[in-house]
Structures are given as C-alpha cells and as structure tokens.
Design a protein around this ligand. Structure first.
Ligand SMILES: [Zn+2]
Length: 463
C-alpha cells in the first residue's frame, strides 16, 4: 500500500469510527406511530399558564432571605394556602433546550439533535403546545421558535425580543422578564378591541407560556448567591402575581385557569449549568388553580439527598417529586388535550407516588376518576388492577429501554476490535518503514522477531 492509499485508508477508518459513535450512542429515543391518548374525563381547566424561570434554583426560590422572610412572597403564599409544590428532576445535559423539550414535549432530548445543528427542530416531535387549541408564548428567540416550528398548522404563536436586543438585559437582566410581563399585559389589553383574538383567548385548551430568561442571565453574570440573582427572583414573583391577577380579571374569576411555575434547569454556586450536580438537576415546581390540589401539611419528610432535605426544611409541606418529563402529561391532563405523542414516564418512584395520590384522592382530576369508579369496582379488585398495571408499565418501560440499547455491546465490541486491529496495523507499518527491525530479524533469528516478521508479511501482502 503506497502512502496516498494509506492516508486515504486512515481517513476512511476514522470516519467509520466517528460515524459509529453517533450511530450507536446518539440514536433517537423517539418512537413513532402511537395512537394519541388522553385522560377520559372532563378537563378541570380551560387554560394553562406555564411560567419557566430559566436557571432558577429550587433552594433559591423556596429559601428565605437574610431577615427570614420568603424571597418570593406571592409564590410562598400559593404553596402554603392554595397550591402544590414539588421538585422536578431534570437530566443531564442541564441546558435550556433539552430542559424545555422535557417540560413541554415530555421526553428527554433527542441527542441526535447535536449532530443536526441543535437549534431548530432536526427531528419532528409532538408537544403540549402542538396538542393545544392555541398557544401564545413570550420570551427568548432561542427557545420559543422550536415549539412553533414543529407545530402542525397555525396555532402556536411566539413573541420574542430579537437576539441582538437580548443585550438590553446587559445592565439589568431582569428587564428580559419585565419585557415578557409587559407584553403579556399589553396583549390582553389589546384583545379587548380585537374580536377574533378575544374569542380565541376565551376558547378552551389554551396555553400561555412565559419564558423568563433574566434569572439565568443574572446567574451567569453574577452567580446565584448575588444580590442581582435574588432581586430577579423577587421581580419574577411580582410579575407572576400581576399576571395571575390580570388573568383572573380577564376571565371573570371563572376558576378555570391552571398555573404552573418551574425552571428548565438550576445552576451551580459558580454560575454554570450543564452537568449533574443537585443544584443543576433539582428544579422547583409550583402548581395552583383549576385541577390542582391544596397543600398538605406534613410534620416531617425524609430524603436521602441532603440538598433536597435542605430545601424541604424551608417549606415543611408535603412535596411531590417529579421527573421533568412528567410535567408535560400533567399539563395535558389539566386542559384535556392528548399527551404529547413522544412523552414518556420513566421514573418508577414518581409512578408509585402518583398511585398514592390516586388512592388518597390528592390530585383532584385523579380524585374524580377514583370516585367515578369506586362505586363500581371493589377496592380490592382496584388495588389488584393497579398493581397489575404497575407491572405492565414497568415491563413496558424496561422493554423500551432494552430495545433502544440492546445492540450497543455487540456494536461497541466490534468497533473496539476494529480499532485495535487498525492500531496494530499502523504500528506494524511504522515498524516496517521507520526501523530496521524487519531486516534485522532473520540474522538474529529470535522467536519474537520471527513472529513480527510473519505478521508484517501478512499485513503487507497488498504491496
Ligand atoms: Zn444558562
């Protein structure tokens, strides 16, 4: 094999190795062709408001400030008096895009997106927004367009500041959030003079999404322990309060609005995110309004995770532990739209917790389900069915994961052996062309050198 052919072969081999990496490990978890499923009950809410405070840490939101007062007084009063709170577990990479995909589409980011540009939708996926009748969203141009682009038809609307004007948040990033709150208020005010918009807003299965980037930006610039980060949490708390009361007014206190506030990921003490530290993966969740249960006071609750235990001591109310991808089916059931087609519930712990809630009637929408059937079905029979369902679901999830990864060992071994073979070949070529070992071999006649010579002749037959 001459030098050009050798270089060409080397390039080819490395291309194959690189491609195999993507082919084996970056395969899409999306499963297509499922029939849409929904909760077969009347939806408790006509509309859902989703606030995502980008980069908001759970301990920063629930914690107290220096004087012992809650940092977010409005949200604090919600979780003490008329809502539920929880911790949603995100997965690595703790970045904005995969976090939002888990929240809104209900599955963990398709890593094949990395190979295809990441920003726009490389793979079509379904989302709660797509299943809604109308979704209006306000916030960053890095997040909103991916859900509008994937949506079928014209029913997901976005209002973004431009990427350049994100700089207007350079002096005070909280302005990014004021921009969103102001635009939502103006939008609702203007709808009073726009009959088409007004009637669309009063439809059922409506979603309003407010993406708030200020806290993340402040966290990167000043770290989560800074005055700026904490002040921004206060601003968001005030903004959420204003939006909630504006909406109650607009809809004449019809009690048909459900609210969810969460974050896409947290942030480390030094102002970064992407990895798997609890400060990055544990994000806050507060839900209130139509279909959401009132808070449960509990005397104590134990968590193995000390970070989680630390958060609980600030609130001392029964906490719900969620996987981030569970929030999408929760939102879908609140407004009565089918679960996003690609959504997946994997965490057995959460499933158990949900079953507990169903049994105790903790979540009102599920409580109704329970009451509806309790007259017909004996409690024992129900619990037998529940445990059967549980087994089937766990088996299905195991199977799903198995079929997503079953050939990885075989393919990985093949690639590893190919790599070892290629390395051996390269070493032999170097030995042959850059040393006189091959020529020296017959003279000394040592066994090892004879072997080397045999291998050399084997590999260089093509010459
Ligand atoms: Zn960030």
């Amino acid at each position: 094999m001459g030098p050009p052919a050798f270089v060409l072969a080397a390039l080819l081999v490395h291309c194959v190795f690189l491609a195999s990496l993507f082919d084996i490990y970056f395969s899409s978890p999306l499963v297509h062709g499922m029939a849409p499923q929904r909760v077969p009950l009347p939806a408790p809410a006509r509309r859902l408001v989703l606030f995502v405070a980008d980069g908001l840490r759970a301990d920063a939101l629930f914690g107290l400030d220096g004087s012992g007062a809650p940092r977010a007084p409005f949200l604090r009063s919600i979780l003490e008096n008329n809502g539920s709170w929880g911790i949603s577990h995100t997965r690595v990479p703790t970045e904005s895009r995969p976090g939002h995909v888990a929240l809104i589409a209900g599955f963990y980011e398709d890593v094949s997106a990395v190979a295809k540009g990441w920003k726009e939708n490389p793979v079509q996926f379904d989302s709660v927004f797509n299943e809604s009748k109308y979704t209006w969203s306000w916030g960053s141009p890095d997040i909103l367009p991916m859900f509008a682009k994937g949506a079928s038809g014209d029913h997901v609307y976005t209002f973004c500041y431009t990427a350049e004007s994100e700089d207007f948040g350079a002096q005070d990033a909280a302005k990014l959030d004021s921009w969103v709150f102001d635009h939502v208020k103006d939008f609702f005010t203007s709808s009073r003079n726009n009959q088409t918009l007004y009637s669309a807003l009063t439809e059922e299965k409506v979603v309003l999404f407010l993406h708030l980037l200020g806290i993340d930006t402040n966290g990167h610039a000043h770290r989560p322990n800074s005055r700026e980060y904490k002040e921004n949490i206060k601003k968001v708390d005030e903004g959420v309060k204003e939006i909630a009361s504006m909406l109650e007014n607009f809809y004449g206190n019809d009690g048909k609005t459900a609210f969810i506030l969460t974050s896409d990921h947290g942030m480390t003490d030094w102002g970064s995110h992407g990895a798997g530290h609890p400060s990055e993966t544990l994000t806050p969740l507060i839900a209130w309004g139509a279909g959401v249960n009132y808070p449960q006071r509990v005397a104590s609750q134990f968590f193995e995770d000390s970070f989680l235990q630390g958060i609980w001591k600030y609130v001392k109310m029964g906490v719900l532990l969620f996987a981030q991808a569970d929030i999408a089916p929760l939102m879908a059931s609140l407004i009565g739209v089918p679960f996003p087609l690609n959504s997946v519930v994997r965490k057995e712990e959460v499933f158990k917790r949900r079953l507990e809630d169903v049994r105790q009637g903790k979540i009102r929408v599920l409580e109704k389900l329970f009451l509806q059937y309790s007259n017909l079905v004996h409690a024992c029979f129900l619990s037998l069915q529940v445990s059967l369902c549980k087994t089937v679901i766990n088996l299905a999830l195991e199977g799903l994961s198995y079929y997503h990864t079953y050939d990885r060992l075989f393919l990985g071994l093949s690639i590893a052996m190919g790599f070892v073979g290629w390395t051996a070949y390269v070493i032999l070529v170097i030995v042959k062309t850059h040393t006189n070992l091959a020529k020296a071999a017959p003279r000394h006649g040592k066994v090892g050198q004879k072997h080397a010579l045999f291998l050399l002749s084997f590999f260089s037959t093509s010459q």
